[in-house]
Design a protein around this ligand. Structure first.
Ligand code: C2E
Ligand code: CA
Ligand code: CA
Length: 558
């Protein structure tokens, strides 16, 4: 086992720090001694004063005269005065003695407390380091520690000319468990999975939780490829019996992707990405596991190089935003547009956001991407307003963007810079992003609502909607997902869902938008059902800004 992250070698300057500590202790002792000495001097002065006053008083009372002879006389005769005469010396001696004792007692106290503090600091440092490298829920190593272990293992494998294997496991349908049984049960399930997996790995392997329902297992040395299959079998066995969560039996399966060093990659990022690609292939093909092979790259859309290219595209303004009109049924006018991002990739051609938004989510690019789209969409809206086209703009927010506490400040900055009133902006958020962290979502949505921004619940009906959340959220609009709208004329269930959603939203005081309206009849039917706003190919596909202006001119004339 490697301990590079855990161990704390004595720091170079720790000895000089000790020296400094010793010096400062000595100084403290001197300061304390001098304080006590000062009080001893006061004692000596009081004793001398008492001695002088007592002698003079004695002279006066006995001889009615104060002179050198009478002073010597009383001093000789009165033994009580002898004791008084000794007092200054006693005080001086006592002061010195007590000051030394006190100063040394205090210094040992300080040393003890310093040691105690140092021990506590070391314990806290260990704790902080542990927290930074472990997952809070399962206490398994997190991605940071896995990276460290994998990099160490790569060095060792290179030196020993050995292979190593990385497994990435993703639970199937975990979201459903989380959404239907709640977060608490979801967390319990993850802990149970972690415990079962712990049981199958050896001490030298690393089991890590990468986040969400994703785990990784690192085998730092594999002698032959059969080792991989032995571990795969063990993982499969671990999922054979159902998990019991709060007396409910839950069958859970996992999709596993495997990448091997050096065949599939020679560094952390490549090995991780390839195990990830293999895991996705397993999930897509509904296989229990997939070992990476180069032809998977063809199917798993260019993931390996795409991340860098997407970052480049965001930084160089190479993405596009298209706008799809939203038509108000009551007035038959375009009241707003939905901003939909597009990527014209130099090699792969036109790429759907469904292909690269999840990638952006996984790689942390979603924040710059979302900010880019927001900025571009707001600038475009301002241009339309200047041309007297007062459109509202709906912007899609992915879960992590919504839950970013900096979002309200960013957006108010954009709005202020562009002088656009906030009520022209609608953020389309999904139920999933609310359920992910309801308290935080509510807090951020409330801040956005206070700014005057409108909130729309997107893809309504596809997640596991919780009416309790929906009621609490400051949303003003619900968007029925196109999957219900597309077939509502032929599928009775879809029509019933559309109807129920419209009634529910209206009861909660919200407007209803139907997306995916492809034909006249659907539009008519939605109108009869009481829907407020329509969006879909029947009216227009998402359009480039220039084309939207043309479309708008013809639509308003028509
Ligand atoms: P969405 O928010 O549900 O957007 C509606 C999707 O339905 C769009 O797909 C739109 O082009 C498509 N659509 C509109 N009318 C019709 C119709 O009549 N029939 C059919 N079959 N489809 C229709 P698109 O543009 O491919 O976007 C897909 C998804 O990607 C969006 O789903 C949204 O979740 C996401 N997305 C797009 N742009 C952004 C963005 O800027 N940020 C984020 N976070 N997500 C985005
Ligand atoms: Ca949307
Ligand atoms: Ca949708």
């Amino acid at each position: 086992m490697k301990f590079t992250i855990y161990c704390f070698p004595p720091k170079k300057n720790s000895y000089s720090r000790m020296e400094r500590l010793g010096k400062s202790l000595k100084t403290n002792v001197i300061i304390m001694k001098s304080r006590v000495t000062r009080y001893a001097v006061y004692g000596v002065l009081i004793a001398i004063t008492a001695m002088v006053v007592a002698t003079l008083l004695n002279c006066y009372l006995e001889f009615r005269e104060v002179s050198l002879t009478t002073i010597l006389n009383v001093q000789k005769k009165n033994t009580a005065l002898w004791i008084l005469d000794c007092m200054p010396f006693i005080f001086a001696f006592w002061g010195q003695y007590v000051s030394s004792i006190m100063a040394y007692e205090a210094s040992t106290l300080v040393i003890d407390q310093t040691n105690e503090l140092r021990n506590q600091t070391v314990a806290l440092e260990y704790q902080a380091m542990h927290d930074a490298t472990h997952d809070h829920l399962t206490d398994l190593p997190n991605r940071i520690l896995l990276r460290d272990r994998l990099e160490q293992a790569i060095h060792a494998a290179l030196r020993e000319k050995q292979q190593l294997a990385l497994f990435i496991l993703d639970l199937d349908h975990f979201k459903e468990v989380n959404d239907t049984l709640g977060h608490y049960s979801g967390d319990l399930l993850l802990k149970h999975v972690a415990m079962r997996l712990k049981g199958i790995v050896r001490g030298s392997d690393t089991l890590s939780r990468l986040g969400g329902d994703e785990f990784a297992i690192l085998l730092p040395i594999i002698k032959e490829s059969n080792d991989v299959f032995i571990v795969l079998k063990k993982i499969q066995n671990a999922f054979l019996s159902p998990f019991v969560i709060e007396s409910l039996k839950i069958e859970v399966q996992a999709s596993i992707g495997v990448a091997i060093y050096p065949d599939h990659g020679r560094d952390f990022d490549t090995i991780m990405q390839r195990a990830d690609v293999a895991m996705y292939a397993a999930k897509q093909n509904q296989q229990s596991y997939t070992v990476f092979s180069s032809d998977l790259d063809k199917h798993s859309p260019h993931r390996l190089t795409l991340t860098g290219e997407l970052r480049h595209a965001i930084e160089n303004d190479a993405l596009l935003v298209y706008y799809q009109p939203k038509i108000d049924i009551g007035t038959n006018t375009v009241t707003g547009v939905e901003a939909l991002v597009r990527w014209q990739h130099p090699q792969h051609g036109f790429m759907s956001p469904d292909e690269f938004i999840p990638l952006a989510e996984r790689t942390g690019l979603i924040k710059p991407l979302s900010l880019w789209v927001m900025k571009r969409a707001i600038e475009q809206t301002v241009q339309w307003h200047a041309a007297n086209l007062k459109l509202g703009i709906a912007i899609n927010l992915s879960p992590s963007t919504l839950l970013d506490p900096e979002l309200p400040d960013f957006i108010s900055g954009f709005l202020a810079a562009n002088n656009l009133p906030a009520h022209y902006i609608t953020f389309e958020i999904t139920e999933g992003s609310i359920i992910k962290d309801p308290d935080r979502a509510l807090e951020i949505l409330t801040r956005l609502d206070e700014l005057g921004i409108r909130i729309s619940i997107d893809d309504f009906g596809t997640g596991y909607s919780s009416l309790a959340y929906l009621k609490k959220m400051p949303a003003s609009e619900v968007k029925i997902d196109k999957s219900f709208v597309l077939d509502m004329l032929v599928d009775e269930n879809d029509r019933a869902i559309v109807q129920a959603t419209i009634d529910l939203a209206h009861n909660l005081g919200m407007k209803v938008v139907a997306e995916g309206v492809e034909g006249k009849e659907t539009a008519q039917r939605l109108k009869e059902l009481g829907c407020d706003v329509l969006q879909g190919y029947y009216f227009s596909r998402p359009l480039a800004p220039k084309n939207l202006l043309e479309w708008h001119n013809t639509h308003t004339k028509a």
